[in-house]
Design a protein around this ligand. Structure first.
Ligand SMILES: Nc1ncnc2c1ncn2[C@@H]1O[C@H](COP(=O)(O)OP(=O)(O)OP(=O)(O)O)[C@@H](O)[C@H]1O
Length: 604
């Protein structure tokens, strides 16, 4: 059985309904050998073209900011205004005209004040058109602005752009397509407006009013010419709007000679912040101690929120203190554009319409010679003329890094900068960043899920859990002495095993003693031992006596070493790493664990 192509049929039906009357009219017009003369049609056309264009300019100038604010504001008032602004769409235009008469009619205060010039004039026509057509632009602009990634404006703020500049240079270009569509709709609606106009400004005739008058006085034949003129004008505008695009400048970037920015060692980072977002409370404090800090924590712990609060992108109480050569400086209350803090969100947030070269120059006061230096240093000089959609993920992140560095921030905030990249690119970028930290003394706060990344890129570590600090301090201290099993898990420490202290304070695993403790018998504990501290021996080999008995359940041969997973008689599993050959799966083995390599935490 032949399937009916449902979608084309449905689409075709509507298309036919929309086009058939127009085509039928054109055929009839051609068959009748032309239209009867209609004196005054030219003046009516001019009136419609001029007033619709003025109305569209007014709607654009006022409606684009309104759409922007409605898209960005949250809360009931904004939601209510968003609904109310669409009301003129729902009203019959005649009623809109009556409402306008109450406002600007000759006997209304505004009308009287202007000597009745707001009705039965071109101004009156424009007023009617604006009222009826504005919602088309506002609704389109609001949806276009709502679709702009907030990370773009956030990053622009940290690059020194104030509110107006963020609107003009970020939101407007990104939402440009939707706004253009809204303006076109508004123009067409204004050009075709009849109901409100006929009430508010019957004279001078617009094309719709002229057509109505012709129809009323002489009947259908006298409407042929105005209808033909209206169709032609609307079609011309539609075609022109479809083809008219502002020419894109395609000049190749000419990079100046790179100049290495003068290194200035970054400040020590300290903060004490509290914030609440949507019921989630953040209370995080860190004393100034180092230039590089890594924030680790489970998903939803508040890591990104902490970075945003540091950048000034989130209303937060408390203080941020950067302690440089000139002593401590408090940033609380400063807008993000004045903090000189670079911010790389999880998404690189590149502006889609700008080439790589324009991206790195986007920061306020960006020095082209310094921008050229970072492009060169980060291996991007050959990509200067590409747009973001022509770059790989790793290249996009490099561009975001070069853009932030070109402004010479005092502190760079990086939110999982290498997530989602493949291992070689991630390793390359991590080492690039480490080299930058070393070469420039740059201060960084890095959010990561990866304990190895934190160890590589930070002198201090802060473990965050449910919006509060679980543990913090020098990286080697925290890694060596996690405060509890959850902290240990966050640090990627393996072999966490539950146990109970036996008589004499001895921690046992099954029958075998693991270590002595000074805890009372019966205390439940979690203990762990680093995989590289476990020595394995086969049951029949040397050193087979003593230790814990177990059975190999898996052997993972990695490039540098082998991981052997051993199951103990208790059902617990431990992983041991070694560089030499490893026993095969199912082999019975013994594990020697040095007592002083055991860390344990009594259960609370
Ligand atoms: N705009 C918001 N409205 C309501 N809740 C929010 C908002 N932004 C974040 N949250 C909540 O705040 C908490 C902290 O979010 P945050 O993005 O800081 O987590 P995170 O630690 O960075 O997590 P991940 O590692 O998954 O990125 C989460 O529970 C999140 O759901």
């Amino acid at each position: 059985m032949n399937r009916i192509p449902v979608l084309p049929v449905l689409a075709g039906l509507l298309l036919a309904y929309l086009l058939v009357p127009i085509v039928a009219f054109a055929v009839r017009l051609a068959g009748s050998g032309g239209a009867a003369a209609a004196p005054g049609v030219g003046a009516a056309l001019v009136t419609s073209l001029v007033t619709a264009t003025i109305a569209t300019v007014v709607i654009g100038v006022l409606g684009v900011p309104l759409g922007y604010l409605l898209a960005r504001r949250r809360g009931r008032v904004a939601a209510a205004l968003g609904v109310l602004v669409q009301l003129p769409l729902a009203l019959p235009p005649l009623i809109s005209g009556v409402l306008l008469v109450y406002l600007v009619g000759p006997y209304a205060p505004l009308g009287a004040l202007t000597g009745g010039r707001l009705t039965d004039t071109r101004i009156g026509i424009v007023l009617a058109q604006v009222f009826v057509a504005a919602p088309f632009l506002v609704v389109a602009a609001r949806s276009a602005f709502a679709a702009v990634d907030p990370a773009l404006t956030d990053v622009a703020a940290t690059l020194g752009h104030g509110r107006l500049s963020r609107f003009v240079r970020v939101a407007l270009p990104v939402a440009g397509g939707g706004i253009r569509a809204g303006l076109l709709l508004a123009w067409l609606r204004a050009f075709g407006e009849f109901g409100a106009t006929v009430i508010l400004a019957y004279h001078p005739y617009t094309l719709p009013v002229f057509t109505y008058v012709q129809f009323g006085s002489t009947g259908l034949p006298a409407t042929v010419l105005p209808v033909a003129v209206a169709l032609l004008a609307a079609l011309t505008v539609l075609v022109a709007a479809d083809h008219l695009r502002l020419p894109r400048r395609r000049r190749q970037a000419v990079l100046p000679a790179p100049v290495r920015p003068n290194g200035r060692p970054g400040p020590l980072i300290g903060f004490d912040l509290t914030a609440t977002v949507g019921g989630f409370g953040l209370a995080v404090a860190h004393p100034p101690g180092a230039r590089t800090l890594a924030i680790l924590g489970p998903s939803g712990a508040g890591k990104s929120m902490t970075l945003r609060a540091l950048a000034g992108l989130l209303p937060a109480a408390g203080r941020v203190t950067l302690t440089g050569d000139g002593g401590p400086e408090r940033l609380a209350g400063l807008d993000p554009e004045h903090r000189e803090i670079g911010y790389l969100p999880q998404d690189p947030a590149l502006l889609p319409q700008l080439t790589v070269w324009r991206q790195v120059l986007f920061g306020v006061g960006a020095d082209p010679a310094v921008a050229a230096y970072w492009l060169d240093r980060l291996g991007l000089a050959d990509l200067a003329d590409r747009r973001p959609d022509q770059l790989s993920g790793g290249q996009r992140r490099r561009v975001a890094l070069a853009r932030a560095l070109t402004r010479r921030p005092r502190l760079l905030l990086l939110d999982e900068p290498f997530a989602g990249l493949d291992t070689p690119v991630r390793d390359e970028l991590r080492h690039e960043l480490r080299a930058l930290q070393r070469d420039t003394g740059m201060a960084t706060v890095l959010v990561t899920h990866d304990p190895d990344e934190a160890a590589l890129l930070a002198d201090e570590v802060l473990l965050l859990s449910a919006g509060t600090v679980r543990q913090q301090g020098r990286q080697e201290e925290v890694y060596a002495h996690p405060c509890d099993p959850r902290a240990a898990r966050l640090l990627g420490i393996r072999n966490l095993t539950a146990g109970t202290v036996g008589p004499g304070g001895v921690l046992r695993c099954g029958a075998a003693a693991v270590c002595d403790t000074d805890l009372p018998a019966g205390t439940d504990v979690t203990w762990c031992v680093r995989p590289d501290q476990i020595t394995l021996s086969t049951m029949d080999g040397a050193g087979a006596a003593g230790g814990l008995a177990g059975r190999v359940v898996d052997v993972v041969r990695l490039a540098a070493f082998t991981e052997t997973v051993i199951e103990l008689p208790t059902g617990d599993r431990l992983t041991a790493t070694r560089t030499g050959p490893a026993p095969e799966p199912a082999t019975p083995v013994r594990l020697a664990i040095p007592p002083d390599a055991v860390t344990l935490w009594p259960s609370r």
